[in-house]
Each structure stands twice: as C-alpha cells, then as structure tokens.
Write a protein that binds this ligand. Structure first.
Ligand SMILES: C[S@@+](CC[C@H](N)C(=O)[O-])C[C@H]1O[C@@H](n2cnc3c(N)ncnc32)[C@H](O)[C@@H]1O
Length: 270
C-alpha cells in the first residue's frame, strides 16, 4: 500500500513506485522502460488500482501535464484520491470501465495500463481497438500483463496430478483456462492489424518465491487469482483441495515459479 508520508521529504514530495510490491512494481518498471514521457504530456492510466504508475507518471509530466487514472471499482479511485490529498492537482481519478470509456473523453498523448490487458475480456481485440481511439495521432500506448506461459510449471504439475487421478473433465477445463490467456504473439498480431506503428512487444521473466504446502496455496499473489482458475476446474471442491494439496506438497518439483511480464508499446500513426 502506498503511504504518502513514505514519499515525503521536507524539500520535495516524490512519488516513486511502491518498493515492497513484488508484483505491480516489476511490471510497472517494465512499462516505464517502454514509455516515452515528456513534461506537459496528457496521460490516461487505465486499471489504475492503487495508483501504480499514475502517481509516478503525474510527477514526471509536471503541472503542465494532465493525468487521469481510471478503474472499474469506485473504491480504487477513492483510495487513490485519499493517497493524493492535495498533491499533484493535475492528476485525477475516476471510475470507468476501460472497455467502454466515455466517448466524449479528449484524446491523450499517452495511454498506460499496468497489469491491465488480461481484463480486456471477452473481446480483447475490440477493446484494444476502442482504446487506441483515445490516443492522439502520434500518441503512444504502453500496457503490461502476465502473458501466456506465466506459471506454466504450476499448470503442468496440476495437469499431471489430474491425469494420474483420471480427471479428464478437469484437465480439459484447465486447458481451456490456459488457452484463454493472452499471448505476446497475439498482441503483436492485433497491433499490426490496427496499423499501429513502432510496435514493440517484450517479455521479461519474473520469479515468484514461495514455500511448499499452505504457503504456496495461500500465497498472496497466487491465491485470489492464478490458483483460483485451477480450483474452478472442479465441481467437487473436496476433490479440488485434495489435488491442490498434493501439488502444493510437491513444490520442489516445479520451481522456479516464473511469470512472464509482457509489455507492449505501439504508436498511433500521425
Ligand atoms: C492487477 S490490478 C493493477 C492495478 C495497478 N495498475 C497496479 O499496477 O497495481 C488490476 C486493476 O484493474 C481493475 N480493472 C479490472 N477490470 C477493469 C475494467 N474493465 N476497467 C477498469 N478497471 C478494471 C481492477 O479493479 C484492478 O484495480
């Protein structure tokens, strides 16, 4: 969680990325690596969550710029405003669905979204197309997401456990969940189809550390997200617990746990 006091110094308020966030911050670092900012830029940050990287970007563009962070959940915008207090008055937060932004929104020099693209469901291409319509000609889009391949060693181990128990239906559902995840190749193809320019799609691995057993099953990053997809393959949650407990006790066989950080950058033609 971002604590504004953390960033306070008597001379200057600074808004660095949260140092103790081992998921959002590494993705945001990759996003910022690809983003070309300039003082006075207007930036839309979609799926802004707690404000990573909206606060940092707002500080970079300065008072001549404008930054709007949007999130579907009103509590996120509220929390961002509380963190912001009276700082960075050119930064604002609003509740909005990034797949259906208000059509009267003025176009932006830059659109960013950290760990955002996987939520473009159900039609990711259409949502991407609509979003690029909110870029000024010559503007840059930079989004990140965990791409296909993320935590593959977990899915392979879960699949083996299901196979050893003859759970064919559960295996088929697991394969469906995995195939539904967006890939770097798909993104490249879509951006090309949208006639975007200077397309750059990069993948950098990120290792997540965990202990075995309950530490794995209740890992704050894996549970309430990735592992839930595995549980959802089962009608019988008692069976799900049995399978996942067996997997979790065998952690040594499927480490390292590697996520694929994918960042893509593309420019709207002039
Ligand atoms: C993984 S968090 C990332 C938040 C932040 N960018 C970060 O890096 O910490 C994803 C955020 O996307 C928001 N979200 C999910 N679907 C959305 C949608 N359709 N429109 C806007 N926000 C959405 C969620 O409420 C959540 O705050």
């Amino acid at each position: 969680m971002r604590d504004p006091k953390e960033h306070n110094s008597p001379e200057k308020q600074t808004w660095s990325l949260p140092k103790n966030d081992y998921w959002s911050t590494p993705f945001a670092e990759m996003l910022l690596h690809h983003l070309e900012l300039f003082p006075g830029a207007s930036v839309l940050d979609i799926a802004c969550g707690h404000g990573t990287p909206a606060f940092y970007i707002a500080e970079q563009v300065g008072p001549e710029g404008l930054v709007l962070g949007v999130d579907m959940h009103p509590a996120q915008a509220l929390r961002c405003r509380t963190t912001q207090g009276s700082h960075l008055p050119w930064l604002s937060f609003a509740q909005a669905d990034m797949r259906a932004l208000p059509l009267d929104l003025e176009p932006f020099d830059r659109i960013t979204g950290n760990i955002a693209f996987m939520f473009f469901r159900p039609n990711r291409f259409e949502a991407l197309k609509q979003l690029t319509g909110f870029l000024k000609p010559g503007g840059q889009l930079v989004l990140t997401f965990p791409s296909l391949g993320t935590f593959d060693s977990i899915w392979q181990r879960v699949d083996r456990e299901m196979a050893s128990r003859g759970l064919k239906q559960e295996q088929a559902l697991l394969a469906e969940y995995i195939a539904e995840r967006p890939s770097a190749e798909e993104v490249h193809r879509w951006l090309t189809e949208l006639k975007m320019e200077r397309i750059d799609v990069a993948e950098w691995p990120l290792e997540i550390k965990s202990g075995p057993g309950q530490a794995f099953l209740n890992h704050p990053l894996l549970r309430g997200g990735f592992l839930d997809d595995a549980y959802e393959c089962f009608e019988d949650q008692v069976l799900a617990n049995e399978v996942m407990d067996a997997v979790a006790d065998d952690l040594e066989s499927f480490i390292p746990l590697l996520a694929q950080r994918c960042a893509f950058s593309a420019w709207r033609p002039e």
